[in-house]
Design a protein around this ligand. Structure first.
Ligand SMILES: *[C@@H]1O[C@H](CO)[C@@H](O)[C@H](O)[C@H]1NC(C)=O
Ligand SMILES: *[C@@H]1O[C@H](CO)[C@@H](O)[C@H](O)[C@H]1NC(C)=O
Ligand SMILES: *[C@@H]1O[C@H](CO)[C@@H](O)[C@H](O)[C@H]1NC(C)=O
Ligand SMILES: *[C@@H]1O[C@H](CO)[C@@H](O)[C@H](O)[C@H]1NC(C)=O
Ligand SMILES: *[C@@H]1O[C@H](CO)[C@@H](O)[C@H](O)[C@H]1NC(C)=O
Ligand SMILES: *[C@@H]1O[C@H](CO)[C@@H](O)[C@H](O)[C@H]1NC(C)=O
Ligand SMILES: *[C@@H]1O[C@H](CO)[C@@H](O)[C@H](O)[C@H]1NC(C)=O
Ligand SMILES: *[C@@H]1O[C@H](CO)[C@@H](O)[C@H](O)[C@H]1NC(C)=O
Ligand SMILES: *[C@@H]1O[C@H](CO)[C@@H](O)[C@H](O)[C@H]1NC(C)=O
Ligand SMILES: *[C@@H]1O[C@H](CO)[C@@H](O)[C@H](O)[C@H]1NC(C)=O
Length: 620
């Protein structure tokens, strides 16, 4: 579990401290104003339809515009550049692969490709960063490995929990090269509010110094920074404090040299809705980021919680946050509000400044309810002192759950099938608590038309903190609750199959056989790239604990290097430890496979061999 200092001593001088405000205090405070005339807060994504589930029909108009502008102006050249990199590996590709990727195929049907990066704390952020680096066409090693360019060709980039730290930091920093993202491009200078200083991973998220007095002052600073939000009448919970700590790692405005500065705003006021203005997104040069969170509800069906340590039933609503809006396509809700108006309840009073980027990634990684099996257990856990401190500092109004993230509920009375229809607040928690630790859900929304998902999995299914497909098992179980709404390809129903067939210690394709009777067509093809084992013969470096919240640069670099090897090796020849020279070609075969299918071409050449080797055979 996270380790936290004993905080009670802080409370002594706290009332004095709260009287003064820090640069972040106002910037973190939500503002309430009358809404413009004729404003309507909630967008319904499907027509209300009584008691029956109705599939969503409408995407957000700004999202549609973004995706089509990107598809027209950016993706054709991005796919051609990727194709050149694959071809440089000298493995001959079937003509249909190069035709599809170069846009010279008669159907002109480019793949709709997306990437999902899992939770698993800092470990997952690092593993995801290592994979994105291997897919980044700007990196010469990735180009010559034949995997570079896929990142530039993606339409969506989703992140959950530790993966949301990666995706959001990457997007708000304007998609710098991964080494600059992780280590900062200029580590010895201070970071202004409009520049990114790197992840500062050498500082632990909640105990950044080795001096208890400094750590206590640090926590006090975080509390001061959220005091304005509390004074404005919004509930303050552990996530607000957590968000302010995460901001120093994943949001502009903090570098290693000004980490403890009290004169910096440390990224307060940088909003998730402002991501649309970052140059790479304004120019459609980058995939659209989406972050997920689960909801906890007093009326949830606890007997639907999957075995295996998950905390939230699959049937609960999963929320998604894009720079445009927040809500869910789950059929019981199927409604959204504008991201910039997060915190609003109705169309009369419009709240802004609530959608702090740090608060969104804090929500996605809010696992604090996992400590709350009972009040005594919570108070005795490592976060007990912080819970008590917040409880004493910002006395909660009835109904506040300090362990969850409280969102004023904009969806009251939206429909009788919505589980939180009569609640004043939504209570959101880590997006992996239902077991779907890879943020696949947004990519199954049919109008998004995603063909291929590269699913990066660095969760920790096994005792040694490597993973074994549990997230795909959960995603399949969840999709089956909404037949006709979400389609998912057949994957094993148990992690035992992943372990016995070694499906997570090598890349595996799912959904290769669209004639499989279990296949709910048109399901996307899934390229599963898991943190399941180190490369053969190497020491295990990438399976650190999810609760390790600081990394010295050499350890972080060695994890990135090993992840690069994992992402570029394919199925290694067990006897020689030799990487698969055809892996980049196989990846390209998978990426184009749904486009191939639509144009009625048969798999041939190296693609046939690739699918024989990389596809799950469908047998448990
Ligand atoms: C490219 O990736 C390699 C492998 O992880 C890394 O060592 C190198 O620093 C990267 N180069 C750039 C310019 O990002
Ligand atoms: C964050 O800083 C980068 C430069 O490091 C800049 O390009 C980007 O626009 C900034 N993002 C925001 C949201 O201000
Ligand atoms: C920041 O503020 C805290 C709380 O007021 C104080 O204890 C600490 O010394 C300050 N740190 C710096 C570097 O000024
Ligand atoms: C709750 O979940 C269990 C297990 O999935 C299911 O059998 C039961 O029907 C559900 N109850 C309700 C009220 O949906
Ligand atoms: C709208 O929400 C605000 C809080 O944001 C509340 O004060 C107000 O009473 C609500 N108005 C209506 C008409 O419900
Ligand atoms: C919060 O404080 C109140 C009043 O002091 C107390 O009754 C309650 O148990 C506390 N709750 C927690 C979670 O510490
Ligand atoms: C612990 O969980 C219960 C049940 O969800 C909730 O009512 C309570 O508010 C939680 N306690 C805290 C301190 O968050
Ligand atoms: C990493 O994996 C190795 C091999 O299974 C194991 O010995 C080691 O304990 C694991 N490390 C952690 C931190 O789980
Ligand atoms: C795996 O991580 C957990 C914490 O998530 C830790 O308690 C455990 O020791 C780790 N396993 C090994 C083998 O180190
Ligand atoms: C694996 O290596 C052995 C020994 O060099 C070789 O005989 C065999 O053909 C290789 N297998 C594959 C699938 O490359």
């Amino acid at each position: 579990m996270y380790s936290w200092i004993s905080l009670l001593a802080i409370a002594l001088s706290l009332s004095d401290a709260l009287a003064q405000s820090l640069p972040a205090t106002n910037l973190f405070t939500p503002l309430s104003k009358p809404c413009p005339r004729g404003f309507s807060l909630v967008r319904k994504a499907s027509n209300p339809d009584g008691d029956t589930f109705k599939p969503p029909t409408r995407l957000n108009a700004d999202e549609t515009a973004y995706v089509s502008a990107r598809a027209e102006r950016v993706l054709p050249s991005a796919w051609s550049a990727y194709l050149n990199n694959v071809q440089s590996t000298k493995v001959p590709l079937p003509k249909y692969v190069s035709d599809i990727l170069s846009g010279s195929h008669h159907s002109n049907d480019l793949p709709r490709f997306s990437i999902a990066s899992s939770g698993g704390g800092y470990r997952a952020a690092i593993f995801g960063a290592g994979v994105l680096n291997a897919l980044d066409g700007r990196n010469l090693s990735s180009k010559s490995a034949g995997t570079g360019g896929l990142l530039q060709s993606a339409t969506y980039l989703t992140g959950n929990s530790g993966g949301s730290w990666l995706v959001t930091s990457f997007a708000q920093a304007n998609f710098p090269p991964i080494p600059n993202l992780v280590f900062g491009s200029n580590p010895t200078s201070t970071a202004a509010q409009n520049s990114f200083g790197g992840w500062n991973a050498q500082f632990d998220v909640m105990q950044p110094s080795s001096d208890p007095a400094v750590d206590a002052a640090y926590i006090k600073t975080l509390l001061q920074e959220v005091a304005g939000k509390a004074a404005a009448g919004f509930p303050v919970t552990v996530n607000d404090v957590w968000a302010r700590a995460l901001a120093r790692h994943f949001i502009n405005g903090t570098s290693g040299v000004d980490f403890f500065s009290n004169t910096s705003a440390h990224g307060a006021g940088i909003l998730f809705s402002q991501l649309t203005g970052v140059p790479s997104l304004a120019n459609h040069q980058a995939p659209l980021p989406i972050v997920v969170a689960d909801s906890k509800s007093s009326r949830q069906n606890d007997s639907a919680i999957l075995p295996g340590g998950n905390f939230i039933p699959d049937s609960n609503v999963i929320y998604e946050f894009s720079p445009y809006e927040m809500g869910s396509y789950d059929p019981s809700l199927s409604a959204f509000i504008p991201m910039k108006n997060l915190g609003s309840r109705n169309s009369s009073v419009c709240v802004t400044n609530f959608d702090q980027a740090s608060f969104v990634i804090g929500t996605s990684s809010d696992i604090f309810n996992e400590f709350n099996s009972s009040l005594p257990a919570l108070l005795q856990s490592s976060i007990g002192p912080l819970i008590s401190l917040i409880n004493a500092t910002f006395p909660p109004t009835p109904g506040t759950e300090l362990d969850a993230t409280m969102y004023p509920n904009p969806f009251r009375n939206v429909g009788k099938r919505f589980i939180d229809s009569d609640q004043d607040f939504l209570r959101l928690v880590d997006g992996g608590e239902d077991g779907e630790v890879i943020p696949i859900q947004p990519l199954l929304v049919k109008p998004r038309g995603v063909d291929v998902i590269l699913a990066i999995d660095a969760s920790a299914d096994l005792d040694d903190n490597f993973t074994a497909g549990g997230s795909l098992v959960a995603a399949q179980a969840r999709a089956s609750l909404f037949p006709g709404v979400y389609s998912f390809p057949p994957v094993p129903t148990s992690i035992n199959t992943f372990v016995s067939q070694r499906l997570s210690s090598r890349p595996t394709f799912f959904g290769c056989d669209i004639n499989d009777p279990r296949s709910d067509s048109p399901a996307p093809l899934i390229i599963y790239l898991a943190n399941g084992a180190p490369p053969p013969g190497q020491p295990a470096l990438t399976n650190t604990s999810s609760f390790q919240l600081s990394y010295a640069a050499p350890q972080l670099q060695s994890m990135l290097d090993q992840t690069f090897a994992i992402a570029t090796e394919g199925i290694v020849n067990g006897t020689t430890g030799e990487k698969d020279q055809a892996w980049p070609a196989c990846l390209a075969c998978a990426v184009v496979d749904r486009s191939r299918e639509r144009s009625n071409v048969r798999r041939s050449g190296v693609c046939k061999d690739c699918f024989a080797r990389y596809c799950w055979n469908g047998i448990e």
